[in-house]
Design a protein around this ligand. Structure first.
Ligand code: KG4
Ligand code: ZN
Length: 373
């Protein structure tokens, strides 16, 4: 069966077709994967403007869905089911995809599966590599999320660590903005970091020792000793502030504590300094992500590690994860670049997983900005 998937949670309008293979080790095949990026629109504003994003989704969605069907060499008559991102994300953006998918499902008499965006990122790994050896420790690291999951069985996701403040991708984007590197910041910092000395600046590494006062509901209580569970949480806002302070010092800039980070954009640091800051910042972020992921994998007896989400496109993160995996004798899986950043193929994969385990569910679901996994 072919499933048509739609993703509009943030600033990419995406559609894809996934086919079932009948092979339980490699259950899905990618038939098409179309992404209309809005980066050029939001770059002008230094970040995603929600209202502009939802309007652009309305403009693009029909064409993107048609392109996905045509790239898969099929028509709607060949689709057996639909999947769509229900949340989390920008509610106006989500609504475009959800309304479109429900209308299409109703008019064609097709089942439609609502999908959690992060389940999609996790299943991008299975789409690309086949079923992972389980249990797996999976890090989802993107612009909106930095969360560690235990995947004990196919389609089961248990949250074991998360950021207490900024997501890693958000830190990349904010630091790039204050260094004047533009939007999105991840790829820009990744590129600049290659020219810099990663030991030039000794940025602080956040270690969380206190209990989390705002714990989400779905933590994996009882799976880990409490002090270990605390250590698995992330924090990136202190690092971002440290970069801001350094930039101000070096530029003799705005009085500390007075201006927001964005006021420091447009500063002119020598390119060598910018490259050193990028390389040092990236070293600290990558170490923080991998230290916790490998520690969690050890405690949980994981048989594999997965890293997914937009930041998994990062070249240092990929190289270091691979090197650590070899050292620790644990296989590490990362999606190919096209499946790292937001796409509908991963939503199709998670949709097929859910369709086969739970069925499609009723048509009356709605977009949910704060949907939990
Ligand atoms: O998964 P994604 O496309 O959207 C969200 O669900 O958030 O992730 C986007 C994030 C952005 O913050 C972007 O800066 C970051 O992924 N990103 C990267 C790289 N490519 C994209 N971060 C670091 N290095 C990269 N090469
Ligand atoms: Zn994402």
């Amino acid at each position: 069966m072919n499933l048509l998937a739609i993703e509009t949670s943030c600033d990419e309008t995406a559609a894809a077709v996934i086919a079932e293979t009948g092979d339980s080790a490699r259950p899905w095949a990618l038939r098409s994967n179309i992404v209309a990026s809005q980066v050029a629109i939001h770059r002008e504003w230094g970040g995603v403007v929600p209202e502009l994003a939802s309007r652009q989704h309305v403009r693009d969605i029909c064409g993107v869905v048609e392109a996905a069907l045509s790239a898969a060499d099929m028509t709607l008559d060949d689709a057996g089911a639909l999947a769509v991102t229900q949340g989390p994300g920008l509610v106006g953006s989500l609504l475009v995809g959800v309304a479109f998918a429900k209308a299409l499902a109703w008019s064609r008499g097709l089942p439609v599966v609502p999908v959690h965006h992060l389940a999609g990122h996790i299943e991008s790994l299975t789409l690309a590599h086949g079923e992972l050896p389980l249990p797996a420790a999976v890090l989802v690291v993107s612009g909106g999320h930095t969360s560690l999951y235990l995947v004990p069985a196919p389609g089961e996701y248990r949250l074991i660590g998360r950021t207490r403040d900024d997501a890693a991708g958000e830190a990349y984007d904010k630091v790039a903005k204050l260094l004047g590197l533009g939007y999105p910041g991840g790829p820009a910092i990744d590129r600049m970091a290659r020219e810099g000395n990663d030991r030039a600046v000794d940025f602080p590494v956040a270690r969380l020792t206190h209990a989390d006062r705002n714990r989400p509901r779905a933590t994996a209580d009882g799976l880990l000793p409490p002090d270990v569970a605390r250590r698995l949480d992330f924090s990136f806002s202190g690092l971002k502030t440290a970069v801001l302070r350094l930039v101000r010092e070096r530029t003799g800039g705005v009085a500390a504590g007075k201006a927001a980070a964005s006021d420091a954009s447009g500063v002119t640091l020598p390119p060598g300094d910018v490259a050193d800051i990028c390389a040092s910042f990236q070293r600290v972020v990558v170490d923080a992500l991998l230290d916790r992921t490998f520690e969690a994998a050890g405690w949980l007896g994981a048989r594999s590690i997965g890293i997914a989400g937009g930041v998994s496109a990062n070249s240092r993160l990929r190289a270091e994860a691979d090197a650590r995996g070899r050292r620790h004798l644990i296989p590490v899986f990362v999606p190919p670049l096209a499946l790292s950043t937001d796409n509908a193929a991963m939503i199709g994969a998670a949709g097929l997983r859910r369709l086969r385990s739970r069925g499609p569910g009723p048509l009356d679901f709605n977009a949910e900005a704060g949907l939990t996994l």
